[in-house]
Design a protein around this ligand. Sequence first.
Ligand code: HEM
Length: 202
Amino acid sequence: MMSLGNALPYAEPVRRYNRTAMALHWIVAALILVNIVNGLQAASADDAHIRPLIDMHKSIGLTVLGLVLLRILWRIGHAPPPLPRSYPRVEKLAAHGAHYALYAVMLALPLSGYLHDSAWNAAAAHPLVLFGVLPFPRMPIIKSFDPVTKEHLHALFGAAHVYIGYALYALVGLHLLGVAKHHAVDHESEISRMLPGAEPRA
Ligand code: HEM
């Protein structure tokens, strides 16, 4: 069978995710990419430019948090299309493990950013307003702590945010390597599972 206009013959018909899963997958992937670039820019920006960058970073990050929660709820109610039978058991386990780890990191990354921001001593002077229109509360319990505790938590969650970011880079790298390996070596069009196409959906 052919797919994506690619001349490779694939071993089995492609079983696809449905449109909701595909939309959530690609919207979240694009927003995460934008926020990585934006977060790295903010980390090295001078005082004159940091505010709009970081406000946009927080708005996109909290949107990602909401969409990932939606995606997890959707996933609980919908089993994904099975992986091709030809994959060895160990590879199927590795793929599932990487997917669960990605969900965990996609939640932990925006959450650590939100906690980092909630513990910011200057937070009261810079209200959190999503995309400049929707006021969003800081974590009430953290807001009530004294300034020294907040400073400590701010540094702790900030470091967590950076290290969870590194975990995300590693997992996305593995995810892409897996897709490339299945495509080029196993001749299974893994990417077609997440792209709209003509074949029947699982
Ligand atoms: C998709 C979700 C997110 C991604 C991919 C992401 C990614 C990043 C990255 C790559 C950095 C730079 C880290 C470094 O210096 O190496 C960063 C910094 C930061 N992020 Fe996030 N982040 C996300 C969500 C959030 C959220 C929800 C908040 C707060 C509500 C937030 C607040 C911050 C802050 C305050 C910084 C520090 C910027 C500075 O150095 O001044 N992030 N983020």
